[in-house]
Design a protein around this ligand. Structure first.
Ligand code: HPA
Length: 246
Protein backbone atom coordinates (compact mmCIF):
# COMPACT_ATOMS: atom_id res chain seq x y z
CA UNK A 1 0.00 0.00 0.00
CA UNK A 2 1.36 3.44 -0.90
CA UNK A 3 0.97 6.49 1.27
CA UNK A 4 -0.78 8.82 1.63
CA UNK A 5 -3.73 6.46 1.64
CA UNK A 6 -7.24 7.55 0.62
CA UNK A 7 -8.25 8.29 4.22
CA UNK A 8 -5.04 9.38 5.93
CA UNK A 9 -2.78 12.11 4.61
CA UNK A 10 0.47 11.70 6.50
CA UNK A 11 3.82 9.90 6.32
CA UNK A 12 4.78 6.89 8.47
CA UNK A 13 7.08 8.89 10.75
CA UNK A 14 4.08 11.04 11.71
CA UNK A 15 2.68 8.19 13.83
CA UNK A 16 3.97 6.52 16.97
CA UNK A 17 4.20 2.73 17.26
CA UNK A 18 1.00 2.81 19.32
CA UNK A 19 -2.20 4.55 18.24
CA UNK A 20 -5.12 5.07 20.59
CA UNK A 21 -8.46 5.07 18.78
CA UNK A 22 -11.60 6.63 20.20
CA UNK A 23 -14.62 6.58 17.91
CA UNK A 24 -15.17 10.32 17.96
CA UNK A 25 -12.80 12.82 16.27
CA UNK A 26 -13.58 15.45 18.91
CA UNK A 27 -12.50 13.01 21.59
CA UNK A 28 -9.27 12.51 19.74
CA UNK A 29 -8.64 16.26 19.95
CA UNK A 30 -9.59 16.28 23.64
CA UNK A 31 -7.09 13.52 24.39
CA UNK A 32 -4.35 15.30 22.47
CA UNK A 33 -5.07 18.59 24.26
CA UNK A 34 -5.39 17.15 27.77
CA UNK A 35 -3.08 14.15 27.92
CA UNK A 36 -0.30 14.45 25.34
CA UNK A 37 2.73 16.70 25.49
CA UNK A 38 3.43 18.73 22.34
CA UNK A 39 0.62 17.24 20.25
CA UNK A 40 0.83 17.82 16.50
CA UNK A 41 -2.09 17.35 14.10
CA UNK A 42 -0.94 14.66 11.63
CA UNK A 43 -4.21 13.86 9.83
CA UNK A 44 -7.42 15.70 9.19
CA UNK A 45 -8.92 13.95 6.14
CA UNK A 46 -12.74 14.03 6.55
CA UNK A 47 -12.20 15.75 9.89
CA UNK A 48 -10.84 12.51 11.34
CA UNK A 49 -8.28 14.19 13.50
CA UNK A 50 -5.08 12.34 14.26
CA UNK A 51 -2.48 13.71 16.67
CA UNK A 52 0.96 12.59 17.73
CA UNK A 53 2.65 13.76 20.89
CA UNK A 54 4.43 12.21 23.84
CA UNK A 55 3.29 10.77 27.15
CA UNK A 56 5.98 10.20 29.80
CA UNK A 57 8.52 10.53 27.00
CA UNK A 58 6.88 7.92 24.76
CA UNK A 59 5.68 8.86 21.27
CA UNK A 60 1.96 8.12 21.17
CA UNK A 61 -0.67 8.89 18.53
CA UNK A 62 -4.40 9.25 18.83
CA UNK A 63 -6.77 9.12 15.89
CA UNK A 64 -10.50 8.54 15.62
CA UNK A 65 -11.91 5.36 14.10
CA UNK A 66 -15.40 6.61 13.31
CA UNK A 67 -18.33 4.35 14.14
CA UNK A 68 -18.77 0.75 13.06
CA UNK A 69 -16.67 -2.01 11.59
CA UNK A 70 -16.36 -0.67 8.03
CA UNK A 71 -14.94 2.56 9.41
CA UNK A 72 -12.43 1.13 11.90
CA UNK A 73 -11.61 -1.50 9.26
CA UNK A 74 -10.42 1.22 6.88
CA UNK A 75 -8.43 3.26 9.38
CA UNK A 76 -6.78 0.34 11.15
CA UNK A 77 -5.80 -1.27 7.86
CA UNK A 78 -4.22 1.93 6.57
CA UNK A 79 -2.36 2.51 9.85
CA UNK A 80 -1.10 -1.08 10.04
CA UNK A 81 -0.22 -1.50 6.37
CA UNK A 82 0.93 1.92 5.21
CA UNK A 83 2.05 3.82 8.30
CA UNK A 84 4.07 1.22 10.21
CA UNK A 85 1.80 1.26 13.26
CA UNK A 86 2.31 -1.82 15.48
CA UNK A 87 -0.31 -1.44 18.21
CA UNK A 88 -3.84 -0.07 18.02
CA UNK A 89 -5.84 0.32 21.19
CA UNK A 90 -9.49 1.13 20.76
CA UNK A 91 -10.79 3.23 23.64
CA UNK A 92 -14.54 3.27 23.37
CA UNK A 93 -17.85 2.96 25.12
CA UNK A 94 -20.05 -0.09 25.38
CA UNK A 95 -23.43 -1.25 26.62
CA UNK A 96 -23.15 -3.94 29.33
CA UNK A 97 -25.48 -6.94 29.05
CA UNK A 98 -24.42 -8.77 32.24
CA UNK A 99 -25.97 -7.65 35.54
CA UNK A 100 -22.65 -7.70 37.48
CA UNK A 101 -21.05 -5.15 35.13
CA UNK A 102 -21.80 -1.60 36.22
CA UNK A 103 -21.79 1.84 34.64
CA UNK A 104 -18.25 3.32 34.46
CA UNK A 105 -16.59 -0.12 34.79
CA UNK A 106 -14.00 -0.89 32.14
CA UNK A 107 -14.42 -3.93 29.91
CA UNK A 108 -11.37 -5.35 28.15
CA UNK A 109 -12.18 -7.44 25.12
CA UNK A 110 -10.12 -10.61 25.19
CA UNK A 111 -12.34 -11.77 22.34
CA UNK A 112 -14.70 -9.95 20.00
CA UNK A 113 -17.67 -11.97 18.81
CA UNK A 114 -19.59 -10.39 16.01
CA UNK A 115 -22.75 -10.29 13.92
CA UNK A 116 -21.20 -8.65 10.85
CA UNK A 117 -19.87 -10.04 7.59
CA UNK A 118 -16.49 -8.33 7.94
CA UNK A 119 -14.54 -11.57 8.12
CA UNK A 120 -15.95 -12.86 4.85
CA UNK A 121 -13.24 -10.92 3.01
CA UNK A 122 -10.69 -13.42 4.34
CA UNK A 123 -12.42 -16.39 2.63
CA UNK A 124 -12.15 -18.73 5.58
CA UNK A 125 -14.11 -21.96 5.45
CA UNK A 126 -15.28 -21.49 9.03
CA UNK A 127 -15.46 -18.85 11.74
CA UNK A 128 -12.28 -17.13 12.92
CA UNK A 129 -12.23 -16.13 16.58
CA UNK A 130 -11.05 -12.49 16.74
CA UNK A 131 -8.88 -12.08 19.85
CA UNK A 132 -6.78 -9.30 21.31
CA UNK A 133 -3.03 -9.17 21.73
CA UNK A 134 -2.09 -10.91 24.98
CA UNK A 135 0.85 -8.55 25.46
CA UNK A 136 -1.46 -5.52 25.25
CA UNK A 137 -4.10 -7.10 27.47
CA UNK A 138 -1.49 -7.99 30.07
CA UNK A 139 -0.13 -4.43 30.07
CA UNK A 140 -3.66 -3.01 30.26
CA UNK A 141 -4.73 -5.18 33.21
CA UNK A 142 -1.53 -4.25 35.05
CA UNK A 143 -2.23 -0.56 34.40
CA UNK A 144 -5.84 -0.90 35.56
CA UNK A 145 -4.66 -2.59 38.79
CA UNK A 146 -2.13 0.17 39.44
CA UNK A 147 -4.80 2.84 38.90
CA UNK A 148 -7.42 1.02 40.99
CA UNK A 149 -9.89 0.81 38.12
CA UNK A 150 -12.74 -1.71 38.14
CA UNK A 151 -12.33 -3.85 35.05
CA UNK A 152 -13.65 -7.05 33.51
CA UNK A 153 -11.88 -9.21 30.93
CA UNK A 154 -13.79 -11.45 28.53
CA UNK A 155 -15.79 -11.64 25.35
CA UNK A 156 -17.69 -8.72 23.88
CA UNK A 157 -20.02 -8.39 20.92
CA UNK A 158 -19.12 -6.14 18.00
CA UNK A 159 -22.47 -5.45 16.43
CA UNK A 160 -23.61 -3.75 13.24
CA UNK A 161 -26.72 -2.58 15.06
CA UNK A 162 -27.01 0.20 17.58
CA UNK A 163 -30.79 0.22 17.02
CA UNK A 164 -32.02 -3.31 16.54
CA UNK A 165 -35.62 -3.98 15.61
CA UNK A 166 -36.88 -6.66 17.96
CA UNK A 167 -40.55 -5.75 17.63
CA UNK A 168 -42.58 -8.96 17.50
CA UNK A 169 -39.47 -11.16 17.77
CA UNK A 170 -40.13 -14.27 19.91
CA UNK A 171 -38.17 -14.49 23.19
CA UNK A 172 -36.10 -17.42 21.91
CA UNK A 173 -34.80 -15.30 19.04
CA UNK A 174 -33.90 -12.24 21.09
CA UNK A 175 -30.29 -11.71 20.01
CA UNK A 176 -29.25 -9.67 23.05
CA UNK A 177 -30.56 -12.31 25.47
CA UNK A 178 -28.86 -15.10 23.53
CA UNK A 179 -25.49 -13.31 23.47
CA UNK A 180 -25.97 -12.70 27.19
CA UNK A 181 -26.45 -16.44 27.74
CA UNK A 182 -23.10 -17.01 26.02
CA UNK A 183 -21.40 -14.79 28.60
CA UNK A 184 -20.85 -11.76 26.37
CA UNK A 185 -19.98 -8.85 28.67
CA UNK A 186 -21.02 -5.89 26.56
CA UNK A 187 -21.91 -4.64 23.08
CA UNK A 188 -19.96 -2.15 20.98
CA UNK A 189 -19.47 -1.79 17.25
CA UNK A 190 -15.80 -1.91 16.21
CA UNK A 191 -13.47 -4.39 17.90
CA UNK A 192 -13.94 -7.50 15.77
CA UNK A 193 -12.84 -5.70 12.59
CA UNK A 194 -9.82 -4.27 14.41
CA UNK A 195 -8.81 -7.70 15.75
CA UNK A 196 -9.27 -9.33 12.34
CA UNK A 197 -7.04 -6.75 10.65
CA UNK A 198 -4.43 -7.16 13.39
CA UNK A 199 -4.46 -10.93 12.88
CA UNK A 200 -4.20 -10.66 9.10
CA UNK A 201 -1.32 -8.18 9.15
CA UNK A 202 0.47 -9.65 12.20
CA UNK A 203 -0.05 -6.59 14.37
CA UNK A 204 -1.37 -6.04 17.89
CA UNK A 205 -4.76 -4.78 18.95
CA UNK A 206 -6.82 -4.35 22.09
CA UNK A 207 -10.18 -2.79 22.83
CA UNK A 208 -11.00 -1.32 26.20
CA UNK A 209 -14.37 0.32 26.77
CA UNK A 210 -16.02 2.29 29.51
CA UNK A 211 -19.52 1.02 30.21
CA UNK A 212 -21.77 3.93 29.24
CA UNK A 213 -25.03 1.96 29.17
CA UNK A 214 -26.25 -0.83 31.44
CA UNK A 215 -28.70 -2.50 29.09
CA UNK A 216 -30.06 -5.04 31.61
CA UNK A 217 -31.15 -2.33 34.00
CA UNK A 218 -31.69 0.50 31.48
CA UNK A 219 -29.15 2.73 33.20
CA UNK A 220 -27.19 5.32 31.26
CA UNK A 221 -24.31 7.65 32.11
CA UNK A 222 -24.93 11.37 31.95
CA UNK A 223 -22.65 13.40 29.69
CA UNK A 224 -20.64 14.49 32.73
CA UNK A 225 -20.27 10.93 34.05
CA UNK A 226 -19.20 9.76 30.61
CA UNK A 227 -16.36 12.24 30.77
CA UNK A 228 -15.08 11.09 34.18
CA UNK A 229 -15.35 7.41 33.29
CA UNK A 230 -13.52 8.18 30.12
CA UNK A 231 -10.64 9.94 31.90
CA UNK A 232 -9.83 6.82 33.93
CA UNK A 233 -9.87 4.66 30.81
CA UNK A 234 -7.51 7.17 29.16
CA UNK A 235 -5.04 6.82 32.02
CA UNK A 236 -5.18 3.05 31.64
CA UNK A 237 -4.63 3.34 27.88
CA UNK A 238 -1.71 5.75 28.16
CA UNK A 239 0.03 3.73 30.87
CA UNK A 240 -0.44 0.68 28.65
CA UNK A 241 1.21 2.50 25.74
CA UNK A 242 4.21 3.29 27.97
CA UNK A 243 4.51 -0.36 29.04
CA UNK A 244 4.43 -1.50 25.40
CA UNK A 245 7.53 0.60 24.68
CA UNK A 246 9.59 -1.36 27.24
N1 HPA B 1 -24.74 -0.80 21.56
C1 HPA B 1 -23.72 -0.68 20.71
N2 HPA B 1 -22.69 0.12 20.95
C2 HPA B 1 -22.68 0.82 22.09
C3 HPA B 1 -23.72 0.73 23.00
C4 HPA B 1 -24.79 -0.13 22.72
O1 HPA B 1 -25.74 -0.25 23.49
N3 HPA B 1 -23.43 1.56 24.04
C5 HPA B 1 -22.24 2.15 23.74
N4 HPA B 1 -21.79 1.70 22.58
Amino acid sequence: MNYPTPHIKAVPSDFGKTVLMPGDPLRSKYIADHFLENPVLVNNVRGVQGYTGTYKGVKVSVMASGMGMPSIGIYSRELFCAYGVENIMRIGSAGAIQPHINLKDIVMAMGASCDSNYQQQFHLMGNFAPICSFKMLHAATQSAEELGATYHVGNILSSDFFYDDDEGVPEALNAKKNWQKMGIMAIEMESAALYLNAARFRKNALCICTVSDQLVRNEFLTAEERQTGFEQMMQVALETAVKLEK
